[in-house]
Design a protein around this ligand. Sequence first.
Ligand code: DSN
Length: 429
Amino acid sequence: MTLPTASSHPALTAADPELAALVGAEERLQADTLRLIPSENYVSQAVLEASGTVLQNKYSEGYPGRRYYEGQQNIDQVELLAIARAKALFGVEHANVQPYSGSPANLAVYLAFAEPGDTVMGMALPMGGHLTHGWGVSATGKWFCGVQYGVRKGPISEGGGLVDFDEVRELALKERPKVIFCGGTALPRTIDFAAFGEIAREAGAVLVADVAHIAGLIAGGAHPSPVPHADVISTTTHKTLRGPRGAMLMSREEHAKAIDKAVFPGLQGGPHNQTTAAIAVALHEAAQPSFRDYAHAVVANAKALAEELLARGFDLVSGGTDNHLILMDLTPKDVPGKIAAKALDRAGIVVNYNTVPYDPRKPFDPSGIRIGTPSLTSRGLGVQDMAAVADWIDRGVTAARSGDEDALVVIRSEVAALMSAFPAPGLPA
Ligand code: DSN
């Protein structure tokens, strides 16, 4: 079993042993557990090192060659490298690598293409969308008039759990939103960017593809690209893309100025240069042939896991997955999502509770759990391991229902034993 010590960080340990101990404990937790949250991953040691450099000491408001502070000889090169790599990897004309994370990136899109009070459209949060796609509790739903589409109700044989493009089109033509978002946080199926693009053009809207979850799959050729269908591509860099916590906005050249102005000076101050550097490293890694293998392995693992779960009687939204993510409705298992998620956590299996489409329960106590395969694939687990993973989930959910804490302890030791055979990138050996 991996047992990193605080000595992995000698300077930190000497200066602040209390904090160093917490970092060591987190390293141990990430090593010993089966991390299934689909928006998380393990970054490489190279990405970790880049994000912990002296680049963080520098202020760089502006863009390469147009800064408000001197001393940018190296920082400009770092940002230009990140931009060039993003453009090459995703096949786009323009890339802005400065957004601090996904929500600020999406806010910049609103600033670039809409006025307060304008109508905007996105998938409803409980259907699998994101807060920033115009959902009511978010600034984007308060400052803009958010109209929301969902997925079809009903059995999978009738398209249940899939986007209803007739509804999207009807809503878009009726409401005439300035901006339409596609993509989300709990979508197990391929996003039809071409269909969204056609509707957006008909409605005269800017189409934003929020590919935060699937950016790595797109880069690795395991999910279709939103290019050329979307006007703007918004993505975080830390999910399937395996970069640092950050974000990017990409577009055709015609939107470059509006996007850049919105990010800075519209919304943000100085870019986090250490993050820009780590993004550049992650983009370089994602351009390697091995990353294509990784992206396809993520999907193969998710499909294998979905089959194993179906065989154990789990109800999967849309009946399975095309990507890295599986959304389970635990109603037939007679366990609320939150109870199951907390029990699985005690068993060393880290998931998040999640609403399912048309969930009768509240978001803070919903019916489902959301899992994914990016992290376990980064550790080298393959399709042959997914039966064991499904079995642990099944036993964990059963134990959650019966309150069998002993069973959770047994699962936890089995999980730790398997994970010790798969060292995680970036964690001490
Ligand atoms: N928090 C992210 C996720 O888990 O999907 C979305 O912002």
